[in-house]
Design a protein around this ligand. Structure first.
Ligand code: COA
Length: 260
């Protein structure tokens, strides 16, 4: 499929998806959200894709937020629909994605940009990255999951301060806040992220998919995370990957996972 606002590159089972509207600092307009949804949907079905990296085109921005020009004249009803549709189509879709999604934050990750990075399974930033949820400076609140995912990652007090001040933090502060897992030099960001992706590729895709569900269950109100873990653990025993992983270990050889 051809896209106008994103680009894709598949290399050794790692799909890099770039949000590519550098003239608007990769701001997420409706079309970009739709294209990201389509690209992810394809990647979900594509057996050649095992890990996904989300990043922004250019050195200045990952994503500078939702596209403000698109919602400036919205009514409360339209605003509510914008948040609900965006959460369903992209942000929850990313968070619940059955294959690992890593955000490589290459500059500004603001508003919807930070919300997209927070929906990813984990984040790596380069040292010029700046992160924040500036929505209250626009008279609105984060609507793509930011009020929920930021406190989960950095704690309630820090999330309150970041959202109330609408300020930005730099990559090192984000590391200290546990908002990102690693900080790299600008030029190393993608190579470093791919190195981590390659470590993931050595392991069972089926087990990783089940682990994502079990970890996510901890953050879903009303879900018994420990119960989901028990179910997923049990389910693993019926997979070919489990047979291969344990047999390889016992035979002192490297596992070759069939991914089933
Ligand atoms: N929505 C729509 N357009 C955006 C945008 C957004 N979230 N963020 C940046 N842009 C556009 C600018 O309007 C500008 O377009 P123009 O050249 O047609 O005027 C272009 O991207 C470049 O941005 P600019 O503001 O000139 O760059 P800068 O280096 O001076 O500032 C930022 C960078 C990130 C500090 C600034 O762009 C900004 O504050 N953006 C909005 C961040 C925000 O509030 N996001 C949350 C939205 S809910």
């Amino acid at each position: 499929m051809s896209y106008y606002n994103i680009s894709e590159e598949l290399e050794d089972a790692i799909l890099t998806i770039r949000i590519d509207r550098p003239q608007k600092l990769n701001a997420l307009n409706r079309e970009t959200i739709q294209e990201l949804h389509e690209a992810l949907k394809e990647a979900r079905e594509d057996e050649e894709v095992k890990v996904i990296i989300l990043t922004g085109a250019g050195e200045k921005a990952f994503v500078a937020g939702a596209d403000i020009s698109e919602f400036a004249d919205f009514s409360p009803k339209e605003g509510k629909r914008l948040a609900a549709e965006g959460q369903e189509k992209l942000f929850n879709y990313v968070a619940e994605f059955p294959k690992p999604i890593i955000a490589a934050i290459n500059g500004f990750a603001l508003g919807g940009g930070l919300e997209l990075a927070m929906a990813a399974h984990f984040r790596i930033a380069c040292d010029n990255a700046k992160m924040g949820l500036p929505e209250t400076s626009l008279g609105v609140i984060p609507g793509y999951g930011g009020t929920q995912r930021l406190p989960q990652l950095v704690g309630k007090g820090r999330a309150m301060e970041m959202i109330m001040t609408a300020g930005m933090i730099d990559a090192n502060q984000a590391l200290q806040y546990n908002l990102v897992n690693h900080v790299t030099e600008v030029e190393d960001l993608l190579d470093f992220t791919k190195e981590i992706a390659r470590k993931i590729l050595r392991n069972s895709t089926v087990a990783i998919c089940n682990a994502i569900s079990a970890i996510n269950a901890n953050y879903e109100p009303g879900k018994d995370g420990f119960g989901v873990e028990i179910d997923m653990f049990g389910k693993s025993f019926g997979t070919e990957d489990f047979k291969e992983g344990t047999t390889a270990f016992l035979n002192k050889r490297k596992a070759e996972f069939p991914g089933k």
